[in-house]
Design a binder for this molecule. Structure first.
Ligand code: XMP
Length: 518
């Protein structure tokens, strides 16, 4: 298995004390072209010693450092001699563990604040004396540990920043990783590039080169199969493996009949005709539809579709003699999540578009994107020369349009939805909004409503348009699409798609709604 951590790269480790923002910190560090790994707060030296460790960031967390059993930073952090940045709880840990003290604050500080800097420190090089920051804490540092000096204060935090210039230990009471701290990236850059001295070699181009070499070493002359869905992750993974081993790779593309308009053609065009990858196109539309007859429950739809996928994929995969490896588009958030639940990293995700394979096929896993966040997958895709339509494609759920047809799924309803959905996509693209939106699509409700067209009354389906903005799919806000754009979509859908006579716009955020309707 290819390790998630390319140890050749200088690495910053984020120790996760249960913060909402640990992954975000890692993403921000990586934006400085520096590799960054998120590890549980109690990661052992054994886990870390092979890494080219250049700095440690202690994350925020929900605890109070003085509580019994509150998580502490392991001893290796201070023994390793590398710079340390403590953020919020992480700063309080520095104070608590190195000989200072932390007390409950008289006023909790939550939200925007301004800090005033009173002392020079390399962490603030190039930054003004006053900074807008985002605070979120109840406790505060009362006395500094030996070696530390106060650097900046805010109205409610006498010590908003502290530094030990000798040991290169820094504490921030605020969150530099969130967008509400506008100069946060500069601060992290100073820490990563100047204080830790990371040269910035973690670039998409380097990643691609190194992955190709690693894949060649891993698979040798073996044959690899890959389930290609047309989504960003599986596409980039497949192209990377293809670049490494050419025709030793066979991709299997299952048309489940639940894809959006034009997607099958696009996948065949891109990978078969243009990139000349070995691609098996399986037309399993009828098999999937048959599995969905009379099913209305969303979770049952998912299970039926998942099972059908595994059956179809396995049947095709077995035809490829002497296949030894399975390529998957597992990405870094999956790795972190499976590590935190204690699940084995080789476990095939049930949610994954690619599905699983039976154990008796004894395939090794090739997961070239294990170290990447989604935005890095896209940058790698660009470095590989994949077309924009694939690299910037909106996420699409494995169960596809089946969870966007509310109620029973039929071929007729799928056709109606595909036609309406195509109009939404075309108009979003024409308005230049595709990249700004996280997802945008149509949903076919199972409600029929009365309408009037010309001299006739109609009785047809109501369709919903869903468009959201998001940084990841955990939270999302409904997109404030221009009224003219909504009007155009509505007119076109009602006029061009037989069977639909009403269009509504979904103005629910997540939470409390979900992005999909089912
Ligand atoms: P929700 O609807 O939970 O969706 O807000 C969050 C993100 O996940 C996608 N999604 C799925 N992806 N299989 C998938 O592969 C699924 O069953 C599934 N359900 C939702 C959804 O499109 C959004 O990006």
């Amino acid at each position: 298995m290819i390790d998630a951590v390319p140890t050749r790269h200088e690495t910053i480790v984020v120790l996760d004390f249960g913060a909402q923002y640990s992954q975000l910190i890692a993403r921000r560090v990586r934006e400085q072209d520096t590799f960054c790994e998120v590890l549980p707060f109690d990661a052992t030296w054994e886990r870390v010693k092979g890494i080219d460790l250049r700095g440690v960031i202690l994350s925020g967390g929900p605890n109070s450092v003085y509580d019994d059993g509150a998580p502490q930073a392991p001893a290796w952090v201070f023994a390793s001699g590398v710079p340390v940045l403590g953020i919020c709880y992480g700063m309080q840990l520095l104070a608590h563990q190195l000989g200072g003290s932390v007390i409950p604050g008289t006023a909790k500080e939550y939200g925007p604040a301004v800090i005033q800097r009173d002392r020079e420190t390399p962490l603030f090089d190039g930054l003004p004396d006053q900074l807008d920051v985002w605070m979120s804490h109840g406790d505060r540092v009362a006395s500094l540990p030996p070696g530390f000096a106060p650097v900046a204060s805010s109205e409610n935090s006498p010590v908003a920043v502290m530094a030990d210039a000798q040991r290169k230990y820094y504490g921030l009471q605020f969150h530099p990783e969130v967008v509400h701290t506008p100069r946060g990236p500069d601060l992290l850059r100073n820490f990563v590039r100047e204080i830790c001295g990371c040269p910035g070699t973690w670039t998409p181009g380097n990643f691609v080169e190194e992955s190709i070499a690693a894949i060649r070493t891993q698979v040798g002359a073996g044959r690899v199969i890959c389930g290609l869905s047309g989504g960003v992750d599986s596409s980039v993974a497949a192209v990377l493996v293809h670049r490494a081993i050419g025709d030793q790779l066979t991709c299997i593309f299952v048309d489940n009949g639940l894809l959006r308009a034009g997607e099958v053609e696009e996948v065949l065009d891109t990978f078969d005709r243009n990139m000349r990858m070995k691609l098996i196109h399986v037309d399993a539309r009828e098999e999937f539809l048959a599995a969905l007859v009379e099913v209305t429950n969303p979770e049952t739809k998912r299970v039926r579709i998942g099972n059908t996928f595994v059956r179809v994929f396995e049947r095709e995969a077995r035809k490829i003699e002497d296949a030894r490896f399975l390529c998957q588009g597992t990405v870094y958030p999956d790795v972190i999540e499976s590590a935190s639940t204690g699940a084995g990293s080789a476990k095939i995700k049930t949610h994954h578009n690619v599905g699983g394979l039976p154990a008796d096929m004894k395939l090794g896993l090739v997961e070239p994107l294990r170290a990447l966040f989604k935005d890095e997958v896209r940058r790698a895709g660009e470095a590989l020369g994949l077309p924009d339509e694939i690299v910037w494609r909106h996420p699409f759920p494995g169960p596809g349009l089946a969870i966007r047809v509310i109620g029973e799924v039929t071929a007729e309803k799928l056709d109606i939805l595909r036609a309406a959905d195509l109009i939404v996509m075309e108009e979003v693209r024409a308005a230049g909004l595709y990249r700004e939106l996280w997802q945008s699509f149509a949903v076919l409700t199972d409600t029929k409503t009365v309408g009037v067209m010309g001299d006739f009354r109609t009785y047809g389906y109501a369709v919903a348009i869903r468009a959201v903005v998001a940084e990841d799919a955990m939270t999302a806000d409904w997109a404030r699409l221009p009224h003219d754009l909504l009007a155009k979509m509505s007119n076109r859908i009602v006029n061009e798609v037989p069977g639909i006579n009403r269009v509504v716009y979904d103005i629910t955020s997540k939470p409390p709604g979900t992005i999909e309707w089912e």
